[in-house]
Design a protein around this ligand. Structure first.
Ligand code: ATP
Length: 411
C-alpha cells in the first residue's frame, strides 16, 4: 500500500494528552468493538455486517484472501473510511465520525513511507514535532521508541541506508511513539523476504506482549496469522467466517471454507447414513467423531481429513479396504518438505489422498507402491456437500489470484 507520509504520522492522543470528547461506554482501554459494521462502495459491499470484539492487549489477525475486506475493516478502525452502517468503539469510545488523528490508534502499512530526506530519529519524531511537543521530551521519547525496536544506534542514518526490515522497524517505532491503545498493522511484513519475515514475526509478537498494546494485524498469509495471533478472524467476502484461536480454527473449523483455507484437506464425497456420524462413500464408510447440525440421513456430504492425519502403509498386491476410515490406493508422488515427507496416493480414477508424515516416522515408499491410507474418526469433519464444493472453488480462485505484493491503494 502506498501512503502519504502525512497520513502515517497520525498519532493518537495518549495518557499524556487529553482524549477527544465522544460518547463513552464502559469498556476497557485497548478494547475494540465492531457491531453490525457494513461498508459499501457504490453498489459493492466490501464489508458485510461484521461484529467483532477485540480484547485489550490481544493480538488479533484478520486473515483472508485478496478482496475479502480486511484492509477496508482496518481503514474504518483507523478512520480513513467511515462505515455505511454499524458502530465502532475503541476503548469504549464511539469513533464513527472522529478523524484519524483524534483516535487513539496508529497504523503501520506494508510500505514504510518514511521521509527519505529525514534521519531515522527525525522520522520517528515527526508526529510529536507536528504537535509542538517540547524538544527535550521528543528526544527522550524517540530514544525510548528506537530502543523498543532495537534501532537506537541507527538514529542518524537516512532511510535509504537501511534494509527493508530495518525500515519497517523504524515505521513501527514511529507508530508506537505515542503508545496508542491500539496498533493497526496492514500486511506490515509483506515486502520482506521470507527469512526476515519470520524473524520479524517473532520480534513483533515479543514487542506486542511486552507493551500489552492491542494489535490488529491484516494478512493473507496463514502461517503469519497462526504463528503470532491470540485469535484469528477468518474473513470471506466481507464477512467473518470464524473468530477463534489458532488451535480451534485448525482442529475445529466452523465451515468447509475455514477447513480448506487453513492448511490443506482431503475432501471425500459421500452420503450420510442414519448414524449421523457415518458417511458412506464409494471407498467405504467414513466415520467422524461428531455429527454436523445440518447433515441428516441421506444428505450428500463431504468428509474433510487433513494430510497430517493420514497414515500410509505398504500392502502386498492390490488391496481393497473393508474397514472404516481406510482407503486403498497407489503412490503416485513422494516429495520431501523439510521435516515431513508428502505422499500423493491415487485412490480412484479422479480422487487422490494426500498424506504428510514426519520424516523420522515416514515409511519407505516409492511411486507405484500399493498402500492403505488410514486415519482416526477424531480427525474427520463432515460438511454439507454444496458448502464444501463452493468452499473448494472459492479457495482455488483465491489461490489463483493471490494478493499483490503491494496494494496500489492510496490514502
Ligand atoms: P487485499 O489483501 O488485496 O488488500 P482486502 O481483503 O484487504 O484485499 P479490501 O481492500 O478491503 O480487501 O477490499 C474489499 C473489496 O472492496 C474489494 O472488492 C475492493 O475492490 C473493494 N474496495 C476497496 N476499497 C475500495 C474503494 N475505495 N472504492 C471501491 N471499491 C473498493
Amino acid at each position: 500500500m502506498t501512503v502519504s507520509a502525512k497520513n502515517t504520522s497520525h498519532a493518537g492522543p495518549t495518557a499524556r494528552e487529553s482524549p477527544p470528547q465522544a460518547p463513552q461506554v464502559s469498556e476497557p482501554e485497548g478494547s475494540v468493538v465492531l457491531e453490525g459494521v457494513t461498508k459499501k462502495f457504490g453498489g459493492a459491499t466490501a464489508v458485510d455486517n461484521i461484529s467483532l470484539h477485540v480484547r485489550p492487549g490481544e493480538f488479533l489477525s484478520l486473515l483472508g484472501p485478496s478482496g475479502c475486506g480486511k484492509t477496508t475493516t482496518l481503514r474504518m478502525l483507523a478512520g480513513f473510511e467511515e462505515p455505511t452502517a454499524g458502530s465502532i468503539r475503541i476503548s469504549g469510545q464511539d469513533v464513527v465520525g472522529i478523524p484519524p488523528h483524534k483516535r487513539n490508534v496508529n497504523t503501520v502499512f506494508q510500505a514504510y513511507a518514511l521521509f527519505p530526506h529525514m534521519s531515522v530519529a527525525e522520522n520517528v519524531a515527526y508526529g510529536l514535532r507536528q504537535k509542538g511537543t517540547a524538544k527535550s521530551e521528543i528526544r527522550e521519547r524517540v530514544t525510548e521508541s528506537l530502543d523498543l525496536v532495537q534501532m537506537r544506534s541507527f538514529a542518524d542514518r537516512k532511510p535509504t541506508q537501511l534494509s527493508g526490515g530495518q525500515q519497517q522497524r523504524i515505521a513501527l517505532a514511529r507508530a508506537l511513539i505515542n503508545r496508542p491503545a491500539v496498533l493497526l498493522l496492514d500486511e506490515p511484513l509483506g515486502a520482506l523476504d521470507r527469512q526476515l519475515r519470520e524473524e520479524m514475526q517473532i520480534e513483533l509478537k515479543l514487542l506486542q506482549s511486552r507493551l500489552g498494546i492491542t494489535f490488529i494485524f491484516v494478512t493473507h498469509d496463514q502461517g503469519e496469522a497462526l504463528s503470532m495471533s491470540d485469535r484469528i478472524a477468518i474473513m470471506r467476502s466481507g464477512r467473518v467466517e470464524q473468530l477463534d484461536d489458532a488451535d480451534s480454527i485448525y482442529d475445529n473449523p466452523a465451515s468447509a471454507y475455514v477447513a480448506g483455507f487453513i492448511g490443506q484437506q482431503n475432501f471425500i464425497p459421500g452420503t450420510m447414513t442414519s448414524s449421523l456420524t457415518v458417511m458412506e462413500s464409494r471407498f467405504g464408510s467414513i466415520r467422524a467423531a461428531a455429527p454436523h447440525d445440518d447433515l441428516g440421513a441421506g444428505v450428500d456430504a463431504q468428509a474433510a481429513v487433513r494430510p497430517e492425519a493420514v497414515s500410509v502403509a505398504a500392502v502386498s498386491g492390490d488391496s481393497t479396504s473393508t474397514r472404516e476410515n481406510q482407503i486403498a490406493g497407489n503412490v503416485i508422488g513422494v516429495s520431501h518438505q523439510g521435516e515431513t515427507l508428502q505422499f500423493l496416493v491415487s485412490v480412484g480414477d479422479d480422487q487422490t489422498m494426500l498424506s504428510r508424515v514426519p520424516r523420522p516416522n515416514a515409511p519407505r515408499l516409492a511411486v507405484g507402491d500399493s498402500v492403505l491410507c488410514t486415519w482416526d474418526a477424531a480427525s474427520v469433519h463432515l460438511f454439507p456437500s454444496e458448502q464444501a464444493t463452493q468452499a473448494q472453488a472459492d479457495i482455488a480462485r483465491a489461490l489463483s489470484h493471490p494478493a499483490p505484493p503491494t496494494s496500489s491503494m492510496s490514502l
